[in-house]
Design a binder for this molecule. Structure first.
Ligand SMILES: Nc1nc2c(c(=O)[nH]1)N[C@H]1C(S)=C(S)[C@@H](COP(=O)(O)O)O[C@H]1N2
Ligand SMILES: [Mo]
Length: 501
């Protein structure tokens, strides 16, 4: 047997890439069955999100918007392919060095996995398996090459690629099975009727105008924001909510126990601190759940505990002011959303909702822990990344329709305005540099939801700028001063340019 390998450098690089990607696919397949969050690309992406500096992530999100996560995953996959090519080229000179490159990849994946909150040591297995398999594949390629069989080498590429493709197909299939089991649990859950139903906002809650956001945002249209690359899929039978920290007695609640308590129902609008003026990261839902104040009172909260830290099953945290939970507002642990159990993307089986606070400091999804502590003692996830400690939601208003074009004549201009917990008392619209005109407001039951507004406009042909401003329930007008989303929410007035023909 000749001991020199006849393949070109290019062929070695290709073989290394194929081996690395096939290994990656098998790693994903293994993870899909055990713990989807432990898939190599998932843990790598999670780790990147956790360590990347604030400026870099903002720059990236500004650039690509909510495509940030798919692009990050794609970038990492390309990175693995390139690292595989490097391993192949190194192996050509020295198998030991090639092996070392794969070993390094495995160690990076394993380290990312075990450093992820909520994942144990077993989470390293898919990454180690992926690297091991890639090394094994390239050993085989090496042996075939030394035997000088071209068919052997072609066979390697074909078989390895086929193995990778089969593993990708298998993970896709498995990734549908796992969630299917969780979805089945969710579908099987029959939510009890609320003991304290929501106050109905009245017949005039929704103008039902084409193009205008509906009063309730359907679950499938509700914006989704979180750091999860792979959303936590929680088995409700294993799930519990633990209340601990600066309390008289620690408490733990199962789903059954929560469902057996007094259930309140509330309409509350949720919004994201990173919503741009006129943006879509806001929605209104009817939540069903238990009173957070009553639950915490059972544990006996130390008056010195000014911060309530809520932790999700994937380690994400939010810190909310304890006094706001107890000031009479309807802070709740939500189990239902718009008449259905919480969707997986929105926190199944339980999440926090606190009216008047942005999501990043209140709305923990997949919540598993409530810890009473102080703001001095602990900084939650986004606070360590440059965002402000909790401040009130800023008054905002948005033009939903028209957005760009209109026919001349009477045009209905409509949208939504929000200032949760203070409420909205007035909305005005200005056309070009005209006077501010008072808009009609929809019925609302509380200040915790957004409010629709509407006004008729006699539109004349040409280009016109429409600008909206709201006044909150305390009589304070929305500021026209322009501020970006960091650190505590954007300000400025929303305006649209409409071409009338
Ligand atoms: N576990 C977890 N909960 C989370 C987040 C997160 O990243 N992880 N993001 C928060 C943010 S920033 C917002 S704005 C809301 C969004 O909730 P939604 O996705 O149901 O609209 O969830 C909050 N809860
Ligand atoms: Mo957010």
């Amino acid at each position: 047997m000749n001991t020199t390998h006849p393949a070109s450098a290019r062929a070695w690089a290709l073989a290394g890439s194929v081996a690395a990607l096939a290994g990656l696919a098998v790693g994903h397949l293994a993870a899909a069955f055990a713990a989807p969050r432990s898939a190599p690309l998932s843990v790598l992406a999670d780790a990147v999100i956790a360590v990347v500096p604030l400026e870099v992530s903002h720059w990236f999100i500004d650039l690509v918007g909510t495509a940030d996560k798919p692009l990050l995953i794609a970038g990492l996959a390309i990175g693995v392919a390139v690292a595989g090519a490097v391993a192949g080229l190194a192996w050509r000179r020295s198998p030991q060095v090639g092996l070392a490159v794969f070993a390094a990849l495995g160690v990076i994946g394993a380290a990312a996995a075990v450093s992820r909150p909520g994942l144990g040591a077993a989470a390293a297995i898919p990454s180690i398996l992926a690297a091991g398999l890639a090394a094994l594949a390239l050993t085989w390629w090496d042996v075939q090459g030394r035997k000088r069989t071209v068919t052997g080498r072609r066979g390697f590429l074909g078989l390895t690629a086929a193995l990778g493709a089969a593993a990708v197909a298998g993970s896709w299939w498995a990734s549908r099975l796992g969630p299917a089991a969780i979805e089945a649990d969710r579908d099987a859950l029959v939510l009890p009727e609320p003991d304290v139903p929501a106050v109905e906002p009245g017949p005039g809650a929704d103008f039902e105008q084409a193009g205008l956001s509906s009063y309730w945002t359907p679950n499938r249209d509700f914006y989704r924001i979180d750091t999860a690359i792979t959303v936590p899929r929680i088995d409700v039978d294993d799930w519990s909510l633990r209340v601990h920290g600066m309390v008289d007695r620690e408490r733990t609640y199962t789903m059954e126990e929560l469902l057996g308590r007094e259930l309140i129902e509330r309409d509350i609008t949720l919004c994201c601190v990173s919503n741009q003026v006129g943006g879509e990261l806001v929605g209104n839902a009817r939540w069903l759940g238990v009173s957070l104040a009553e639950l915490l009172a059972e544990a006996g909260v130390d008056p010195a505990a000014d911060q309530l830290v809520s932790r999700s099953s994937d380690g994400w945290t939010a810190g909310s002011p304890t006094d706001l939970v107890f000031d009479g507002r309807d802070a709740m642990i939500a189990l239902g959303m718009n008449g259905a159990p919480l969707p997986v993307d929105h926190g199944w089986p339980a999440r926090l909702v606190i009216p008047g606070l942005y999501g990043y400091v209140s709305a923990t999804k997949w919540v598993t822990e409530l810890e009473l502590t102080t703001f001095d003692a602990y900084d939650a996830y986004w606070i360590t990344r440059g965002w402000s400690t909790p401040r009130p939601i800023k008054t905002q208003s948005r033009i939903d329709t028209p957005r760009s074009k209109a026919d001349s004549g009477t045009v209905v201009v409509a949208g939504v305005a929000w200032a949760q917990h203070r409420g909205i008392s007035a909305v005005e619209l200005r056309v070009d540099n005209g006077d501010w005109r008072e808009c009609a407001l929809s019925d609302v039951a509380t200040g915790d939801t957004w409010r629709q507004w509407l006004v008729e406009w006699e539109a004349e042909p040409g280009e016109h700028t429409l600008t909206v401003r709201a006044t909150d329930g305390e009589g304070i007008p929305q500021t026209s001063e322009v501020q970006g989303v960091v650190p505590d929410g954007a300000t400025g007035l929303h305006s649209v340019t409409v071409t009338v023909s």
